[in-house]
Ligand binder design. Structure first.
Ligand SMILES: Nc1nc2c(ncn2[C@@H]2O[C@H](COP(=O)(O)OP(=O)(O)O)[C@@H](O)[C@H]2O)c(=O)[nH]1
Ligand SMILES: [Mg+2]
Length: 321
């Protein structure tokens, strides 16, 4: 009897059911995920990953749909991962997104996946990064990762992106709010969407000035691009700005840029899983309580625990040295 084909093998053959299943494993924190991704790892790294973030209602989903449409017209395949921090997978808010994205779903060159946030913050970033890795391994040329720019959990998601597009639109205090929320800091490209509405030009000027004042020392000059996703205007300009950012990143060392983000990914993943293991049901709480009961100080207990936990880490260095 032939062995059951692994999801990784099926994904290499272009099996979309396997693709969907493996992303679910990533989303659910299934222990089988790691081995499948490891088997696909040499195929990861060919896609360009565009993170699209911004306040709710700015037009991210509309823009993602438009970006996908243009990429398809250029015969580039597109994988879309939409992260929603609040709605369950089948919830109302996401359903709206899915309906609007529907004209893309009949095209085999496009794959759309919505993900709901589950569990801890780190879990969301890890699942999104994993989903991007799987879409990348599957062979999509462009990956669009939509996430609401509302807090640290969503910003961590952006570690999976090569280029971060921040979408803003005219409206009461939007530019200022974006600055407060730190959205400008995460942007590689700033898009003022809804340029068909009044106030767009003003917002573009404000942002251009803000970028000019804040980021004087940066090697990459963050462009401010006007667009109207709702009326399909300026989308090529957004893609052109992304292409320029890509050229800049590649010229200054793509490998190093991605490694830096991968280190962050490992760091978050280790911290999160370590905390779970140490302080979860099987963890050390009881032992700490016992030692406190014996009159040992918290500092001394912490020092002893750290010593024990990191003991294994120092050994390889000693061997090498
Ligand atoms: N006037 C105008 N409305 C737009 C434009 N782009 C999107 N919208 C509308 O803005 C609303 C929010 O869009 P959506 O893409 O769901 O925003 P998201 O929450 O950032 O994903 C929807 O009603 C869109 O139809 C645009 O360029 N101009
Ligand atoms: Mg959306």
């Amino acid at each position: 009897m032939a062995a059951v084909e692994t999801l990784a093998a099926r994904i290499e053959r272009g099996d979309r059911t396997a693709l969907a299943r493996l992303i679910s494993w990533a989303e659910n924190g299934d222990a089988r995920f790691a081995a499948e991704l490891a088997a696909l790892w040499t195929k990861v790294g060919r896609a360009w990953r565009i993170g699209v973030t911004g306040p709710p209602g700015a037009g991210k989903s509309t823009l993602v749909n438009e970006l996908a449409r243009i990429e398809r017209s250029r015969e580039r395949t597109v994988g879309i991962c939409a992260v929603d921090p609040s709605s369950p997978f089948t919830g109302g808010a996401l359903l709206g997104d899915r309906i609007r994205m529907d004209d893309r779903t009949m095209d085999p060159g496009v794959y759309i996946r919505s993900m709901a946030s589950r569990g801890s913050h780190g879990g969301l970033a890890r699942a999104a990064a994993s989903a991007c890795d799987v879409l990348d391994a599957f062979g999509f040329a462009t990956i669009l990762l939509e996430t609401v720019g509302v807090g640290q959990a969503e910003y961590d998601v952006l570690d999976a992106a090569d280029t971060v597009v921040v979408v803003l639109c005219p409206g009461a205090g939007d530019g200022i709010q974006a600055m407060k929320a730190g959205l400008l800091e995460v942007a590689d490209v700033l898009v003022v969407n809804k340029s068909d509405l009044p106030g767009a030009e003003r917002l573009m000027n404000d942002l251009t000035e803000a970028v000019h004042v804040r980021f004087t020392k940066r090697a990459w000059h963050v462009p401010v691009v006007g667009a109207s996703a709702g009326t399909s205007k300026g989308i090529e300009d957004v893609l052109e700005a992304v292409a320029q950012h890509r050229a800049h990143v590649e010229a200054s060392g793509l490998g190093a840029a991605r490694t830096k983000k991968r280190v962050e990914q490992v760091r978050h993943s280790v911290s999160e899983q370590l905390a779970e293991r140490l302080w979860g049901p099987e963890g050390l709480r009881g032992r700490v309580e016992t030692e406190l009961g014996r009159g040992v100080s918290p500092h001394a207990i912490a020092a002893a625990l750290l010593e024990e936990i990191t003991h294994g880490l120092t050994r390889p260095a000693e061997v090498r040295g």
